[in-house]
Write a protein that binds this ligand. Structure first.
Ligand code: ATP
Ligand code: MG
Length: 563
C-alpha cells in the first residue's frame, strides 16, 4: 500500500507538457479530453482522470473535451450519459460547447476503414470469434495468418460494404487490420476493427449494423478532435503502438498518448462491472448508495467536490499501480468539512435526563458557536430545559478508571450550558438498562464554568427533549472487509462484503436549528463526526448520512511514519 506525501507530488505528465511547450509542439496548444464509456456511473478513479485532464487544460490555458466513447451500443445507456455530465459538473469542471460522442464520427471512421482496405491494410475475415482467438496465439507463441488475409482489395471492399448493408449475420464476418501475426504485442496481431452488431444505438438509432471497435475509434477520435495529449491509464500502454499504426497508415494528426496508473482505493472496488453487480444483486441500494465509490454515492454521503479535487492532487500521478489508503481520502474530506460545516448537537442513542431543580416551564436560549474555525459563521441559540437527552454512551453506572463522563454522584459540563450532577438512576426492571437519569444543575455555572473554580473532566453534548427534532441517522462503514478485495484470489468478491457496512439509528434527536436544512446540507455533530442530510428526509423525519467520523486515522499514519 502506498503512502503518498501530503504535499503536492511531482507530476510527470505536467513535465512532458512543459517540454512540448518549450519546443512549441502543436503550436503551443494543450488540448486534452475525458473519454468515458457511457456504460456505468463515474467513480472516484474517474475523478482522478477528470482532475488530470481538465486540470492540465486549465493550468496551461488549453481546452478539455468531454467525449463519450460510445462504440458498444449493447452496454450503453442515456441514463449513464446524463449522470456522467452531472458528475463532471459537480466536480467543478466544464467542457463549454465541446461535448462529443465517438458516434459522431461513425461516418468518418467508416471512411478511414475504407482507406485502410484500399491501401491493402485491412481485410474482411470469415473466421468465427473462437477461431480468431485460436489463431491469435499466446504471449509465448506467435499467431497464424487467417486464410482470408490475402483477399483482394476489390473483394474486401465489396464484402465490407455488404457487411454495412446488413447482408451478413452477427459474428459471421469482421474487418481486421493487416499488421503482423508474429508481433510480440498481441494487440498488433491483425486486430478486429469492425464487427457486425444488429443493435440500435442510443444516438445513431438503426443507421448502423456494424460498429468500430474501441481500439479503432478511440485514437482516431482523439486525432479528429485535435487532442494534443491523450492521457489514459496504464492498461492502454500496449495499445499505443496500434493507435500509432492507425494514425501513421492514415496520415492524420498525431496526438501523444501518455499513460498513468489507475487509482485504486482500499476497502472498495473500482471496476464498473463489479459496481454494476453490487447494484444488480442488491448488495447496495443503487449507484448512489452512500457506501459506493461512485461520485453520485460520495456526493450523497456528503463528500465535497473540493475535498475530492484536493485528494486527486495529493495522490499525484505515477507510472506504477498502487492502492491508496481510504484514510487519505477521508483526511482530505475532514480538512475541508472542518472549515465549512456548521457545528450542531445531535444525540444518536438518547438517554433521558431530568434536571430536578430546573423549573418545569423554563426554557433558556443558550448561545452556541457555529464554527470555531470561522468566526464569520456566527452563533445560534440552542434551547435548554428541564428534560434533556444525552448520549447513552456518556453514562456508566459503574465506570472504570479511565471513564470521565457521567456516572452516579459525578458532575460534568453540558456544552454551552451548565454543570449537572447525577443524583439518581432509574433502570428498566427487566433488562437493568438505565432509562432515565435524575440530575441537578448548578445555576452559577451558566456558560460552562464555575465561579468557585470547581473543575469537571468531561463536556457532553445534549438536546432539549421538548425542542428536539426526530432524526434517522445512517452510520456507514467500509463496504468490504479486505483492503484489496480485487486481489483476493479464488473468492467471489461479493463474499468479502462487510455485513455491517451500514447501521441505521431511527430514534435520534437533534437540535431544532437544523429544521430547515435541505438535502445535501452538511454538519458536524459535535463529538461525533460529519453528517449530511439525505434526500430521503421528509417533513416528519430528517435523515442523515454519516459522511466521516472525527477521528483522523490518516494523521496518525503520517505521525507514525515520521517516528
Ligand atoms: P472501469 O474499468 O472502472 O470500468 P473504464 O476504464 O472502463 O473503467 P472508462 O469509461 O473507459 O472506464 O473511463 C474513462 C476514463 O477514465 C479513461 O480514460 C480511463 O482511463 C479513466 N479511468 C477509469 N478508471 C480509472 C481509475 N481507477 N483511475 C484513473 N483513471 C481511470
Ligand atoms: Mg474503458
Amino acid at each position: 500500500m502506498s503512502l503518498p506525501n501530503v504535499s503536492s507530488p511531482p507530476n510527470f505528465i505536467r513535465n512532458m507538457i512543459l517540454e512540448d511547450l518549450k519546443k512549441n509542439k502543436n503550436d503551443g496548444r494543450v488540448h486534452t479530453r475525458f473519454p468515458p464509456e457511457p456504460n456505468g456511473y463515474l467513480h472516484i478513479g474517474h475523478a482522478k482522470s477528470i482532475c488530470i485532464n481538465f486540470g492540465l487544460a486549465r493550468e496551461f490555458d488549453g481546452l478539455c473535451n468531454l467525449r463519450f466513447d460510445d462504440t458498444n451500443p449493447s452496454k450503453e445507456d442515456v441514463e449513464y450519459v446524463e449522470s456522467i455530465k452531472d458528475s463532471v459538473r459537480w466536480l467543478g469542471f466544464d467542457w463549454d460547447d465541446r461535448l462529443y460522442y465517438a458516434s459522431d464520427y461513425f461516418d468518418q471512421l467508416y471512411d478511414y476503414a475504407i482507406q485502410l482496405i484500399k491501401k491493402g491494410k485491412a481485410f474482411v475475415c470469415d473466421l468465427s470469434p473462437e477461431e480468431i482467438r485460436e489463431f491469435r496465439g499466446t504471449l509465448t507463441e506467435p499467431g497464424r495468418n487467417s486464410p482470408y488475409r490475402d483477399r483482394s482489395v476489390e473483394e474486401n471492399l465489396d464484402l465490407f460494404q455488404r457487411m454495412r448493408a446488413g447482408e451478413f449475420k452477427e459474428g459471421s464476418r469482421v474487418l481486421r487490420a493487416k499488421i503482423d501475426m508474429g508481433s510480440g504485442n498481441l494487440n498488433m496481431r491483425d486486430p478486429v476493427i469492425y464487427r457486425i452488431l444488429k443493435v440500435s444505438h442510443h444516438r445513431t438509432g438503426d443507421k448502423w449494423c456494424i460498429y468500430p471497435m474501441y481500439d479503432f475509434a478511440h485514437g482516431l477520435s482523439d486525432s479528429l478532435e485535435g487532442i494534443t495529449h491523450s492521457i489514459c491509464t496504464l492498461e492502454f500502454e500496449d495499445h499505443r503502438p496500434l493507435y500509432d499504426w492507425f494514425l501513421d497508415q492514415l496520415g492524420v494528426f498525431h496526438p501523444q498518448q501518455i499513460e498513468f496508473a489507475r487509482l485504486n482505493l482500499t476497502y472498495t472496488v473500482m471496476s464498473k462491472r463489479k459496481l454494476l453487480k453490487l447494484v444488480q444483486e442488491g448488495h447496495v441500494h443503487g449507484w448512489d448508495d452512500p457506501r459506493m465509490p461512485t461520485l453520485v454515492g460520495l456526493r450523497r454521503r456528503g463528500y465535497t467536490p473540493e475535498a475530492i479535487r484536493v485528494f486527486c492532487e495529493r495522490i499525484g500521478v505515477a507510472k506504477r499501480d498502487s492502492v491508496v489508503d481510504l484514510a487519505l481520502l477521508e483526511h482530505c474530506l475532514r480538512e475541508d468539512l472542518n472549515l465549512r460545516a456548521p457545528r450542531v448537537m445531535a444525540v444518536l442513542r438518547p438517554l433521558k435526563v431530568v434536571i430536578e431543580n430546573y423549573a418545569e416551564d423554563l426554557v433558556e436560549e443558550l448561545e452556541a458557536v457555529n464554527n470555531p474555525e470561522d468566526a464569520a459563521m456566527g452563533t445560534r441559540k440552542v434551547p435548554f430545559s428541564r428534560v434533556l437527552y444525552i448520549e447513552r454512551d456518556d453514562f456508566m453506572e459503574n465506570p472504570p478508571k479511565k471513564f470521565f463522563r457521567l456516572a452516579p454522584g459525578r458532575e460534568v459540563r453540558l456544552r454551552y450550558g451548565y454543570y449537572i450532577k447525577c443524583v439518581d438512576l432509574i433502570k428498566d426492571e427487566t433488562s437493568g438498562e438505565p432509562v432515565e437519569l435524575r440530575c441537578t444543575y448548578d445555576p452559577a455555572t451558566r456558560g460552562g464554568w464555575s465561579p468557585d473554580g470547581r473543575k469537571v473532566k468531561a463536556t457532553l453534548h445534549w438536546v432539549s427533549a421538548a425542542h428536539a427534532l426526530n432524526a434517522e441517522v445512517r452510520l456507514y462503514d467500509r463496504l468490504f472487509t479486505k483492503p484489496d478485495p480485487s486481489e483476493e484470489k479464488d473468492v467471489d468478491f461479493q463474499s468479502l462484503l462487510n455485513p455491517n457496512s451500514v447501521e441505521v439509528l431511527k430514534r435520534c434527536k437533534i437540535e431544532p436549528s437544523v429544521a430547515a436544512a435541505a438535502p445535501g446540507s452538511r454538519f458536524q455533530f459535535e463529538r461525533q463526526g460529519y453528517f449530511c442530510v439525505d434526500p430521503d428526509s421528509s417533513n416528519d423525519i430528517l435523515v442523515f448520512n454519516r459522511t466521516v467520523q472525527l477521528r483522523d486515522t490518516w494523521a496518525k499514519i503520517m505521525q507514525a511514519e515520521k517516528k
